[in-house]
Ligand binder design. Structure first.
Ligand code: SAH
Length: 428
């Protein structure tokens, strides 16, 4: 989501005549887009923000914009006092404060032209303005902003505001524009993406939106994340199976395996219901891969409770598990009312245990691809190798002299590891 927000703002600026600086020291404007979902992310953001202070001291005309979840949707007066070297504060997905600030600095004659530009930039939303940077094969396209689900641990609803599905026409228009500048895949984003359209009257829901997007000729692949288990309807799963362009990969977090922990987290489902859902996804979408998110060390998580998570991962053999150690976030239910009672070393031990287990599982799962032919959409080159993704979102590498950027090609896999596949191109 933050990558999409940053892209949108940098495109706006490019449209207004700015260009990318080589580094912070060379820049006239610095935008720090921040995430605070965990304490570690917030610490990193604060570290970067502090490192900008000497630059501002050395060059007072430098414009520094602090953006994203560190600021939140309400903006923040306190922030101004705390970070006096910041010129502009803006919330997530909001380019307006910076554009207005830069516009005010323009002289009278320029001001009108600048105003028109800003209005256009704000109107165009995500992804329509043409960038000066090269094409990106896979683009992020937010379709639901904010979140209204009150998971006990989560700061996102506090910082990104309530759930707002975006207009379907706009999304289709933006996806088309993305393909016109070289994208071949769009990744639809939302905190609970499978709720798309439920908050709008007469809006298509996610299955219909997927079907409409699949009509865009130049678009080869569509993905979406992240889903909440309770909104994964059979209609959605069947549409994923039916639409060839929609990739068979579902990101659906469980967060914890123990029913009491799930209840305290306010997730709204049980271990058994999640297992049933995984069975249903696998039944309705042949060859599907499934990703999950897990938090270890939530307040009150006993060893037995943790083992429920461990056993679930061991049983279900999911393709991806994004692991996190619990940290209390400001104003969330768990930070206010539950004691952060699992010691850091114990959180780390649980984290490592799941990490080791998952590495073993994925290593095994990936072996099934050995000797197989898989379609790979190539996204770029790293060192000398081209890399891309398989339908189930595995990273695949090949050596090739050809320009493979944006191409969908068949690869025969001849090496597999837990984190990637290596293969060679099958002649077309
Ligand atoms: N709405 C999406 C994304 C949430 S943020 C979803 O439900 O998946 C991504 C992940 O960060 C979450 O899934 C959760 O696993 C983790 N996370 C959120 N708050 C956290 C916290 N306070 N401590 C540790 N991990 C957290």
């Amino acid at each position: 989501m933050n990558v999409a927000d940053s892209d949108r703002l940098s495109r706006s600026l490019e449209n207004l005549g700015y260009s990318r600086a080589a580094g912070a020291e060379d820049a006239d404007v610095i935008i720090l887009n921040t995430c605070v979902v965990r304490q570690s992310a917030e610490d990193k953001a604060l570290g970067r923000l502090n490192s900008l202070r000497p630059l501002k001291q050395a060059k007072p005309e430098l414009v520094i914009n602090l953006m994203g979840c560190l600021v939140g949707v309400q903006g923040n007066q306190v922030m101004q006092k705390r970070f006096p070297w910041v010129d502009v504060f803006s919330g997530p997905s909001d380019p307006q404060p910076l554009l207005e600030f830069l516009g005010e600095a323009a002289d009278c004659e320029q001001a009108k032209a600048w105003r028109e530009q800003i209005d256009q930039v704000l109107d165009e939303e995500f992804g329509v303005l043409s960038p000066t940077q090269g094409p990106r094969v896979s683009e992020n396209l937010p379709i639901v902003l904010g979140c209204s689900h009150a998971c006990a641990y989560c700061v996102i609803p506090h910082r990104r505001g309530r759930e707002r599905s975006r207009d379907a026409e706009k999304i289709l228009h933006e996806a088309t524009a993305m393909t016109e500048r070289g994208a071949r895949e769009v990744v639809l984003l939302g905190q609970i993406v499978d709720r798309y359209g439920l908050d709008l009257p007469r809006s298509p829901l996610l299955p219909e939106l997927l079907a409409q997007l699949a009509q865009i000729p130049a678009l080869k692949r569509i993905r979406f994340l992240t889903s909440h288990p309770n909104w994964m309807t059979d209609a959605l799963l069947k549409e994923v199976a039916r639409q060839e362009k929609v990739m068979p990969h579902i990101e659906v977090p469980i967060q914890a395996g123990d029913d009491n922990v799930l209840l305290a987290m306010r997730r709204g489902y049980t271990n058994a219901q999640y297992r049933e859902l995984v069975g249903r996804i696998r039944e309705l979408i042949p060859g599907v891969s499934i990703g999950t998110d897990i938090i270890v060390g939530f307040p009150g998580e006993s060893e037995q409770a943790f083992m429920k998570t461990y056993d679930l991962l061991q049983d279900l053999k999911l393709d991806v598990a994004h692991l996190a150690r619990y940290s209390p976030r400001p104003n969330t239910y768990s930070a206010r009312f539950l004691e952060d009672d699992i010691p850091a070393v114990e959180k780390m031990r649980r984290f490592r245990a799941l990490e080791d287990l998952q590495e073993q599982i994925v290593g095994e799962l990936n072996k099934a691809f050995l000797g197989q032919n898989v379609p790979v959409l190539f996204e770029g080159k790293s060192k000398k190798r081209w890399y891309g993704r398989t339908p189930t979102n595995r990273l695949a590498f090949v050596d090739s002299q050809e320009d493979l950027l944006g191409q969908l090609r068949t690869v025969r896999v001849n090496w597999t590891g837990p984190w990637s596949l290596i293969g060679e191109l099958v002649p077309a």
